[in-house]
Design a protein around this ligand. Structure first.
Ligand code: FRU
Length: 493
């Protein structure tokens, strides 16, 4: 049975899709059918497709009562829109279907597990949100919320845990049992990950606290994920209110890989905390294991600190990042765009051994839907190299590579963005005797930089009009550059 609220959302989508005017969108970065999106949800494989749901408010480009939007893809690059999957249409989720995950059940159905939000007045007269975990089961298009929802209620939070910050269930099946990892606020005010277990994904019991911030790794954590990678275990968390530390941990909203080890599935002895992405726009990352065994991650290409700016430039607001393959080498998580992206590249152009100093362009290097690989070597002295992208007479987006300081800086001060927060991001990177490699992918309004074969990555959204497509290079000291550029096939979306 499709509720009135869900039908309304689907009708709204269909009316939008039937309109003649189509918006200019990124080509291979997923956006919502129409309106606002945030976190990736329910990243799963079901039938012969990958499914990606997302936090969704179709009716305008601002966060609102949360629905789940839905898309599918065969290769994680070319996406198709499916009808809105969940609407806040039950008493227990009337204030939102917040983030969660999905898993295929043994009977061939797809189960969505999400946070149902209920706002109600407490006996002290205060109005508060209660967050509990619920499930909906379906055929991959239509989902029925089960009658025993919420299946993990606030009563099942261990003593002292906050009853209002309890959300973002990640469901995983291991050794015949279902496990749910949800975030909660510990009495010390910071995040903890609660683990629940179940034989049927409907009846749950509390198992343990997997890990907690102890006010060291930001305050409240959001959107957990948990998986084995090579010989390590990785817990992903998105902390709010992180305290800045050194060159590479920025204050505010963050996304971290917590890397650890442990014997059993739920033994997690944390050893390292690594930022996932150094750009200003990356949050709420989620992963999947692909059919051929790769661990692939996708995230919301946005940050809560920058969300209310430029919302009405398009018919949609926000995109997902590129799907990235994860690998551990020397204790570090490397991330690279998945290889499926290469299938859509065309028009390869290469220039080798270009000596860059005065600002210059290269005849065939320009564009706003491009994949560029670049290697820089010093000629004699260390250098500060600047690449200007998405450029016209007044706009430019800068990537500064400084081998003297050992840093890369992204700068969108002149990229059409109308607020000042997070215009620049600078982070430390490795140079091997003045040599560095970058891969830069621009998809109209998105910029992703992968440094030294994916040892570090940085994501940034820009708002520059797509007519601004020039690219130039300059450097204070001569730098020797090899560069390869591809365009992409049109019509991916
Ligand atoms: C993270 C988050 C989640 C929540 C959702 C609400 O970006 O705050 O914790 O479930 O967004 O849209």
């Amino acid at each position: 049975m499709i509720s009135k609220k869900l039908q309304e959302a689907r009708d709204y989508e269909n009316n939008y899709l039937a309109k003649d005017k189509k918006d200019i969108r990124p080509l291979f970065h997923l956006t919502g059918t129409v309106g606002w999106i945030n976190d990736p949800n329910g990243f799963s494989r079901f039938g012969d497709k990958y499914h990606l749901f997302y936090q969704y408010h179709p009716y305008n480009n601002h966060w609102g009562p949360m629905h789940w939007g839905h898309s599918t893809s065969e290769d994680l690059i070319k996406w198709e829109y499916l009808p809105c999957a969940l609407a806040p249409d039950e008493e227990y989720d009337k204030d939102g279907c917040f983030s969660g995950s999905a898993i295929e059940l043994d009977d061939g159905k797809l189960l969505l597990m999400y946070t149902s939000v209920l706002r109600r007045e407490d006996s002290d007269g205060e109005i508060r949100d209660y967050q509990q975990q619920s499930v909906a089961i379906g055929d991959g298009v239509n989902f029925e919320k089960v009658s025993s929802n919420p299946v993990i209620s606030t009563d099942m939070i261990p003593a002292g845990g906050d009853r209002h910050d309890f959300r973002d269930p990640k469901i995983i099946k291991y050794d015949g049992k279902y496990y749910c990892f949800a975030i909660n606020r510990h009495p010390d005010g910071s995040g903890q990950i609660l683990v629940y277990e179940s034989d049927d994904a409907i009846t749950w019991s509390f198992n343990k606290v997997l890990d907690r911030s102890d006010n060291q790794v930001g305050r409240i954590w959001e959107c957990p994920d948990y998986f084995a990678l090579d010989d390590k275990k990785v817990l992903i968390v998105s902390p709010q209110e992180t305290e800045g530390k050194g060159d590479n941990i920025f204050p505010g909203f963050n996304n971290f890989f917590l890397i650890g080890e442990g014997e059993g599935f739920l033994d997690f002895d944390r050893q390292t905390v690594l930022p996932i992405d150094f750009g200003p726009d990356f949050y709420a990352a989620q992963t999947i294991e692909t059919v051929d065994g790769r661990r692939v991650m996708i995230a919301w290409m946005q940050n809560w600190e920058t969300v209310n700016c430029g919302n009405d430039l398009h018919d949609y607001y926000s995109t997902m990042t590129l799907p990235r393959k994860l690998e551990i080498k020397d204790g570090h998580v490397y991330q690279q765009p998945i290889k499926e992206l290469d299938n859509y590249r065309i028009n390869e152009v290469t220039y080798n051994c270009i000596h860059v100093q005065e600002e210059q362009s290269l005849d065939e290097i320009s564009g706003r839907i491009i994949d560029i690989s670049l290697s820089l070597k010093k000629l004699e002295s260390d250098y500060c190299f600047t690449m200007k992208l998405a450029k016209d007479d007044v706009h430019e987006t800068l990537i500064k590579v400084d081998s003297k300081r050992g840093t890369i800086k992204l700068d969108r001060t002149n990229s059409g963005v109308r607020n000042s927060s997070l215009s620049e991001r600078e982070f430390s990177v490795d140079f091997m005797d003045g040599t560095i490699e970058l891969r830069i992918i621009i998809d109209r309004f998105t910029l992703e930089v992968f440094v030294n074969e994916g040892k570090q990555a940085a994501s940034m959204k820009i708002d520059t009009d797509i007519a601004a497509d020039k690219i130039t290079f300059m450097s204070d000291e001569t730098v020797v550059m090899d560069i390869t550029k591809y365009d992409f096939e049109e019509g991916l979306f």
